[in-house]
Design a protein. Sequence first.
Length: 203
Amino acid sequence: MQFTSQIVERAVESLSSFPGIGKRTALRLVMYLLKRPEIEVADMAHALIRLKTELHLCKECGTVSDHELCEICINPSRDKTQICVVEDFSDLMAIEATAQFKGVYHVIGGLISPMDGVGPSDLNIETLPHRVMDQGVQEVILALSATVEGDTTMYYIAKKLTSTTAKVSNIARGISVGGEIEYVDEITLGRSLLQRTEYSVNS
């Protein structure tokens, strides 16, 4: 792709580094931005910078937050006796969209994947048993993707929780094997939460 401007070329290169964005799509986005008012583009750039400079990870559950504690963790109407374990923020948002879960979350930040060099120590797992015991949690729901990595991570977490009295369950497999939580439709995901089953490390 031949460019007549190095500034445009650099912008296209930057946008095409996003997942799922090729050079042609990136060029269309750049052309769109060129037609927008300068203040609008400046606001967009400022919003992106704030992602790296002002965003926090919630000290309680590990999700992204504007403050030290997220809005869900400080909400007095949430059921603190239930914790739903999810891979990342996008999965949390997908479950929230179902309006079927009224508990709180624990975001582990990925899945155990030895092939990718990701082990348990790279994830937010070690704080979970302490949180369960300290807060009197009665049920931990494992809402992880139906993949080999998801199953490995669920097994590891369930083993870590055997020293607690909390029931460990996982969402029903209305989600296809290999499917990722964030891409599942709200109705299927909501039903999977309602029809969850107890998770056994011996199964």
